[in-house]
Design a binder for this molecule. Structure first.
Ligand SMILES: C[S@@+](CC[C@H](N)C(=O)[O-])C[C@H]1O[C@@H](n2cnc3c(N)ncnc32)[C@H](O)[C@@H]1O
Length: 270
């Protein structure tokens, strides 16, 4: 599949999800982005409609953003993490979501109206764009977050380079994502269903961490590391057949790293 075909495939899958306002696998399993782990679900989310069961972590759980910050969320979906970040950064901060799928942006903007009604905050914005080429100026963000999206990107190195470009000096990246623990069979690699389900587009763990390092990041840490248990992937006959092979093939990790253009401030002392 070329880059445009992959984007179209993913847009179609998540456009359908937005339209139905349910998870990518809800038609068959109702599980969070094809995982059985429900710990990624935020039960008491301020905008419950934005919690669509599409996450594989919680990048905001590590107290790394503060009042007044500018936060960018890559692949913002229904806006779940954008709204949580907006509450933390408050009226002096900004929370910006980027997504390429029209239907998701429509849903996120509807949710944003409810968010403002509930909180009085007007610090949320959704922009249409690809995470491989962010519609954001250089040195804008104090933090860039992402939740279960980079595995879907056609060029992961470009995504990490873009995160680095858009972060301010000293800013942090905190991303939750799927990585592979072993190479997939060709059959699994070529499954469109498995791609949209966040598995077959994922990089091997070592390759993923190498891309982060190549982008120039320092102070790279894995904050959370869970087995990703993919037990049911839609009703696709191929993914049904490879179900056993999916056991232990992937993990969901949350990685933090920092941008330092004037030497490393690792450990917080510059
Ligand atoms: C698995 S969902 C995660 C949504 C959200 N982060 C959450 O946790 O609820 C993936 C989202 O990323 C978007 N997406 C996937 N690939 C993208 C890309 N290359 N550029 C921009 N958005 C993308 C999809 O449209 C979809 O909304």
């Amino acid at each position: 599949m070329n880059k445009n075909d992959t984007h179209d495939l993913v847009k179609k899958a998540y456009g359908d999800v937005a339209r139905k306002n349910m998870s990518c696998c809800a038609s068959s399993s109702g599980q969070s982005c094809c995982s059985t782990d429900k710990s990624y679900i935020i039960e008491d989310h301020i905008i419950p409609e934005s919690e669509m069961g599409l996450s594989c972590g919680n990048p905001l759980a590590f107290s790394m953003i503060k009042k007044g910050d500018t936060v960018i969320d890559l692949g913002s979906g229904g806006g779940k993490d954008v709204f949580m970040a907006a509450e933390i950064v408050g009226s002096e901060g900004r929370s910006i979501g980027i997504d390429m799928t029209h239907e998701m942006l429509e849903l996120a903007n509807k949710n944003a109206v409810k968010f403002t009604e509930k909180t009085g905050l007007k610090n949320v914005e959704f922009r249409e764009g690809y995470i491989e080429k962010l519609p954001v100026e250089n040195n804008t963000a104090d933090a860039v977050i992402s939740n279960c999206v980079i595995n879907l990107a056609t060029d992961k190195q470009a995504v990490f380079n873009e995160i680095y470009r858009t972060l301010k000096n000293g800013g942090s990246m905190i991303v939750s994502d799927i990585v592979l623990e072993k190479p997939l069979s060709n059959e699994m690699k070529n499954s469109e269903t498995l791609y949209s389900a966040c598995v077959s587009g994922a990089l091997l763990r070592g390759e993923y961490l190498k891309c982060i390092e190549n982008a120039g990041f320092k102070n790279i840490r894995i904050l959370k590391d869970n087995k990703y248990s993919v037990t049911q992937v839609g009703s696709d006959p191929i993914t049904g057949e490879v179900k056993d092979e999916l056991k232990d093939c992937a993990s969901s990790i949350t990685v933090a790293a920092q941008k330092f253009t004037f030497g490393c401030c690792c450990g917080g002392k510059c």
